[in-house]
Design a protein around this ligand. Structure first.
Ligand SMILES: [Zn+2]
Length: 539
């Protein structure tokens, strides 16, 4: 089987997308997801341009990655400086990772107008940079910037640049359509020309999506001999984005027979795509090929009737192969297979037609109609499953009420937040506590834990890692809904919970309660050490 190496640059090129910004923790989580998905190289950032990227490289050493190798990104040295003295190259080496990728000029116009050095001097810049990096990294990738434009303008010079990199020891020559303006036929012709000139070189492809052709150009390049594909999850990236690996991988694998990842890894594609959207605090693209919610949704009567007889009539692949599911929008069955797939992910076995499944399906649909989304909230979803399996809604505590005060006394003073909570514990005693915090949600969290610690000391182990708020569009001119995602963790694991309300404090409260509940469900077997309540506060 023809193998293709997947090179992900979500953490570098993807973060150059105007609305994408990931924290260090988010980046580490993305790296783990990519590793799980089977990505071979993860470009972590540009240590010379961004101090946050330097932190990523040192933190990434603690990740237990299964096969992925981390790459640092930089650019060729400045002309007139020795490679060993170039700060940007030194920082790439200092990142201490096995792969280093550097971008260099291959378009004569850029050399003349941007670098303003003789064409020959640029060849020396490339060769010296690569030769220096080869002494410090297992693998060096040369990103040939604007290669296709350069090849169109001055093919001989563009290939001389690649030759300089290859002769200096570059392991991969990655051809970049940096402006995203090339069409598939031009990409194919250029790749053919490079292969004719350097038949032994390992070639890569890096496309941008300015003509909505980044995926098509990447596929064309692979068919013509590139064996490394660079791209990002969901096509995040500068301007119109990068080539979308979430589409490239299933096309190469399912339609063209290339080996990229295992079938089990391919089934994680949907989850990885959605989780990356959630971490970036962006609404997933419903119409995204392969993984979008609508990618296998059938609404038209004719279509529905046909897919119920035979799915292939209106589905180009089996959606399960990429972790998606058929949705029949007019049928009672909608969502059930989806739910079963999610339940299986959590190791919870739901028989396909039991009353538990029906009840759970009803509840999930109802909550989704209220604005809940469980894709990025594995903690809340698992909790929902566990509670359904318990047979009755069980609680570790019962909320009576809470109050939050946020006070700003002077313009030049920080506001002061205080929360009071009244709740009933497992032994029926009522606890009434107050706590301050550096914001209303923090105060609420502090008060909740203070109230619960006497019965459940393990709540002190919970740490809040992230808090995200998204305003959902208002349906009929009413106030818009707010969805809150809270990421919590303890020494062993992390979990994300969700809350929805018209009121941001209440939405946060629901996500907080789920977070604590999740921890308690994990720590204590159902039915032990607590009394059951029939009332559920959510919804
Ligand atoms: Zn790029």
């Amino acid at each position: 089987m023809r193998k293709v190496q997947l090179y992900d640059t979500t953490l570098r090129d993807g973060c150059q997308s105007e609305d994408v910004s990931l924290t260090l923790d988010d980046k580490l989580r993305v790296a783990e997801l990519l590793d799980d998905l089977g990505v071979h190289v993860i470009e972590g950032g540009w240590p010379g341009s961004n101090p946050r990227d330097e932190e990523f490289f040192s933190a990434s050493r603690k990740l237990k990655l299964k096969q992925a190798r981390i790459a640092a990104f930089g650019s060729t040295k400045r002309a007139g400086v020795k490679a060993a003295d170039d700060r940007n190259l030194q920082l790439c080496v200092k990142a201490g990772v096995p792969v280093i990728t550097i971008v260099g000029k291959t378009w004569d116009m850029h050399v003349k107008e941007d670098l303003r050095i003789p064409l020959k001097a640029n060849l020396e810049v490339i060769a010296d940079s690569i030769a220096y990096l080869k002494k410090h990294a297992d693998e060096v990738v040369f990103d040939a910037e604007h290669f296709f434009d350069g090849w169109a303008a001055n093919p001989e010079y563009a290939i001389d640049c690649l030759a300089a990199a290859a002769d200096a020891g570059a392991d991969v020559l990655c051809l970049c359509d940096t402006r995203g303006g090339s069409l598939p036929a031009a990409v194919e012709a250029a790749v053919d020309a490079v292969r004719a000139a350097r038949p032994d070189a390992r070639l890569g492809i890096h496309c941008h999506n300015d003509c909505e052709l980044a995926v098509a150009n990447s596929i064309a390049a692979v068919e013509h001999g590139c064996t490394q594909v660079q791209g990002t999850i969901n096509g995040f990236g500068e301007r119109c984005g990068n080539a979308n690996l979430v589409s490239i991988v299933p096309i190469l694998q399912l339609k063209r027979g290339y080996g990229c990842v295992t079938p089990a890894q391919l089934r994680k594609l949907g989850t990885v795509s959605r989780t990356v959207y959630e971490l970036a605090n962006l609404e997933p693209n419903k119409r995204q090929a392969f993984v979008g919610q609508s990618a296998f949704a059938h609404k038209g009567g004719l279509h529905v009737a046909a897919v119920q007889k035979k799915a292939e009539t209106y589905e180009h692949i089996d959606p399960a192969l990429v972790g998606n599911a058929q949705r029949v929008l007019v049928s009672d069955l909608a969502g059930r297979s989806n739910l079963l797939a999610k339940a299986a992910e959590f190791g919870i076995d739901l028989s396909s037609d039991g009353p538990v499944v029906r009840e759970l399906l009803r509840e999930v649909k109802e909550l989704e109609a209220q604005g809940y989304a469980f894709e990025g909230a594995d903690g809340s979803f698992e909790l929902l499953m566990r509670k359904a399996l318990d047979g009755e809604r069980a609680e570790f505590f019962h909320l009576i009420g809470f109050r939050v005060i946020d006070e700003k006394r002077h313009l030049d003073e920080a506001p002061l937040a205080e929360a009071t909570i009244q709740l009933e514990g497992p032994d029926g005693r009522v606890e009434h506590t107050a706590a301050q915090g550096n914001g209303p949600i923090h105060a609420l969290d502090q008060a909740l834990r203070k109230a619960l610690a006497q019965w459940y000391p393990e709540v002190e182990e919970i740490q809040l890692h992230d808090y995200k708020v998204r305003v959902l569009g208002s349906a009929e001119g009413t106030a818009a809904l707010v969805r809150v995602l809270i990421e919590s963790g303890d020494a062993e694991r992390r979990w994300t919970t969700v809350g929805v309300s018209h009121d941001v404090i209440e939405a946060s409260w629901r996500a907080l309660v789920d977070s604590v509940d999740y921890k308690l469900h994990r720590a204590r077997r159902p039915g032990v050490g607590r009394r059951r309540h029939a009332v559920a506060p959510r919804g």
